[in-house]
Write a protein that binds this ligand. Structure first.
Ligand SMILES: Cc1cc2nc3c(=O)[nH]c(=O)nc-3n(C[C@H](O)[C@H](O)[C@H](O)COP(=O)(O)OP(=O)(O)OC[C@H]3O[C@@H](n4cnc5c(N)ncnc54)[C@H](O)[C@@H]3O)c2cc1C
Length: 607
């Protein structure tokens, strides 16, 4: 088995991983990036609408207002110190991306153009503000390409199509990872002083999702099996506007440019749910509103979707009613929402310039994940104890700057801000740390697990089990939740896990690009994540942000201003049996701003 040694190994080549790799290498570290996908295929490349930063290029804006919106949008569960870092460092991170060559859209006088987005306001909720910096509706694609070029320039070493399947610990620290080279099926060891996980989200737990096929929660699952708790797993965001039937994302930028949601009678129903900010309320609010309309029989033609209308005549009518002077035309939409037009025309044969788009909520973003502090160091308990050698950033991490619900454009900010901080901290750490030796046979257990999977000759193929899990999770642990229903969800996940262990069938016995085997292993990760999500959701007896319970409809700040930590009770990762889970809800939310500035104290969210 080949062993590679680097000061720092970054697992994942999305925006977070590349930003960390860039800064660690700039700080003098010898850095490798290990990625199961070719780097520019990472999901960051699919991000559309924009990256939020209070540049104030088109109207007055301040990081303090961005902070306020983020704390409120997160339903007061976000750690306020992390939010402060996010909003303040967003500004120079965006300018820095521009200097690296990112082709942002421009205002007439040459500055970075900005558009409106859900939940982003000026002056503490007064009115919607233009804060999202964008490159048409391909912002993530541009970020990824720009960062990849910079990493190549900095001589970061890339191991493309290597999938990390285990983490190695020794002497109380993380000392490396085990990966499979997908093209050959060989196992490799990556020995490092610092290891960062930046493996992205896990939308594939649900049936309808905006997430790529590869987003299976590998990073959190691998760490969880080795005893690292996961934080706030109950908070999973459903984006209001997935293309009906497919889940493909239609960016919030459409509503930012004036798009309107309409029910079957042509009513702009968001006026009822969020009278001041209407269609641009935060995502949890809009997703629930759409579901309630559908439940009331007000979906289009009585079906399970509503309309999103960006036709110029509709938008201009509402702009005129609102007393706004600007108007839009087809050319403007074609330029600013090019990807949206393409997606709708290609996948549904619907032309948004002449017809409204059919939309319904789609599983989109994980607020929870690997617990970290603001320096991307992984912490393993409610006392913020740091596990040496381990870092996490991006969607797989939970620094908790998004709390119970993320605002649009804040994920891309999270990647660049905390990826950069992590990279800098790693560069300093590896200067003073020595390599801790690898333990004997570090890949033995995970190799045995792969042998088990490859030799499986039961009756159920991984794809079938995955479909069943996705259906159950969508139905039982989706936008609205209720205890009995969730318990049934856990029973289903448990019995699927049992079949996964005892009745799996793998066709491909080979070693070259054995996707059959890798998808089976990824299904194991998804099942772990589904189980953690369901148990954490049952545990939290209140409604907050994206976690909406029919049996506990109110937010309960007295008892639930805490983060959830879920861990495996057995602490024995292999074989991946059905582990009883242990839940700890004593990690307090850091409310530092609130103490100094009462405007950040929890109150009812009214939009
Ligand atoms: C369609 C869509 C549109 C979006 N639009 C926006 C937007 O406009 N604004 C915004 O702020 N956010 C947006 N988001 C959210 C945002 O894009 C993501 O949260 C963010 O890009 C995640 O970045 P990341 O670096 O954490 O991970 P990703 O970009 O998902 O990358 C994950 C990386 O990890 C690697 N990896 C995973 N598992 C393994 C493993 N086992 N071994 C090795 N490598 C592994 C993959 O190869 C990949 O390189 C959007 C998301 C989607 C799905």
């Amino acid at each position: 088995m080949q062993t590679h040694q680097f000061d720092a190994v970054i697992v994942g080549a999305g925006g977070a991983g590349l930003m960390a790799a860039l800064y660690a290498s700039e700080g003098g570290a010898n850095v490798a990036v290990v990625s199961k996908l070719y780097p520019t295929r990472s999901h960051t490349g699919a991000a559309l609408g924009g990256i939020g930063a209070a540049l104030g290029n088109l109207e007055e804006d301040k990081p303090l207002w961005h902070m306020y919106d983020t704390v409120k949008g997160g339903d007061y569960l976000a750690d306020q110190d992390a939010v402060k870092v996010l909003a303040e460092e967003a500004v120079d991170s965006v300018i820095e991306l521009e200097r690296m060559g990112l082709p942002f859209d421009r205002t007439d006088d040459g500055r970075i153009s900005q558009r409106r987005f859900g939940g982003h306001t000026s002056n503490f909720g007064e009115k919607a503000v233009r804060r999202a910096c964008h490159s048409a509706d391909r912002t993530g694609h541009m970020i990824l390409q720009t960062l990849y070029q910079q990493c190549i320039k900095n001589k970061v070493r890339f191991f493309d199509e290597y999938q990390v399947v285990d983490v190695i610990m020794n002497q109380g620290a993380v000392v490396g990872t085990v990966a499979i080279q997908l093209g050959t099926g060989e196992f490799h060891l990556f020995h490092a002083k610092a290891t960062m996980f930046a493996t992205g989200g896990w939308g594939r737990v649900w049936q309808v999702t905006s997430n790529a096929h590869s987003l299976t929660g590998d990073g959190p699952a691998v760490l969880f099996r080795r005893g690292i708790p996961m934080q706030d797993m109950e908070f999973y965001q459903f984006h209001p506007t997935g293309l009906y039937g497919l889940g493909l994302l239609l960016t919030e930028g459409i509503r930012g440019e004036g798009g309107i949601l309409l029910n079957r009678s042509g009513e702009r129903f968001m006026e009822r749910y969020a009278p001041s900010i209407k269609d641009l309320a935060s995502r949890d609010v809009v997703s629930r509103s759409i579901y309630l309309e559908i439940r009331d029989g007000k979906g289009i033609g009585g079906q399970n979707y509503v309309h999103l209308d960006i036709r110029p005549e509709t938008v201009n009518r509402y702009l005129a009613e609102a007393g706004e002077s600007c108007r839009i035309d087809s050319a403007y939409i074609a330029k600013n929402l090019a990807e949206t037009l393409d997606t709708c025309r290609t996948y549904l044969g619907v032309d948004p310039l002449t017809e409204p788009m059919p939309v319904a909520p789609t599983a989109h973003y994980a607020m929870g994940g690997i617990p970290t502090n603001v320096d991307a160091e992984v912490v393993i308990d409610e006392n913020w104890t740091v596990l040496p050698g381990l870092y996490a950033a991006g969607e797989c991490a939970c620094v908790s700057c998004h709390g119970a619900n993320r605002l649009g454009t804040n994920s891309l900010v999270d990647l660049v801000v905390f990826g950069r901080r992590g990279g800098k901290v790693i560069a300093n750490y590896v200067k003073q740390a020595d390599f801790i030796p690898l333990p004997a046979n570090p890949a033995e257990q995970v190799q045995a697990e792969f042998n088990r999977i490859r030799a499986s000759r039961g009756s159920r193929r991984p794809g079938e089990l995955r479909k069943e899990m996705q259906h159950e999770m969508m139905d039982k642990i989706g936008v609205f939740r209720e205890e009995d229903h969730m318990r049934k969800g856990i029973d289903s996940v448990t019995s699927l896990r049992d079949r996964y262990m005892n009745d799996l069938h793998i066709d491909d016995q080979g070693s070259i690009f054995n996707t059959d085997m890798m998808e089976a292993w990824e299904l194991g990760c998804l099942l772990d994540i589904a189980h953690m999500t369901a148990e954490s959701a049952i545990n939290r007896k209140e409604s907050r942000g994206a976690h909406s319970r029919e049996d506990f409809k109110k937010r309960d700040d007295t008892n639930w201003m805490v983060h959830t930590l879920v861990s495996s009770e057995s602490g024995e990762p292999y074989p991946h049996g059905i582990h009883p889970l242990k839940i700890n809800s004593s990690k307090k939310v850091n409310r530092s701003l609130e103490e100094g500035d009462k405007r950040f104290a929890p109150k009812e969210r009214v939009y």
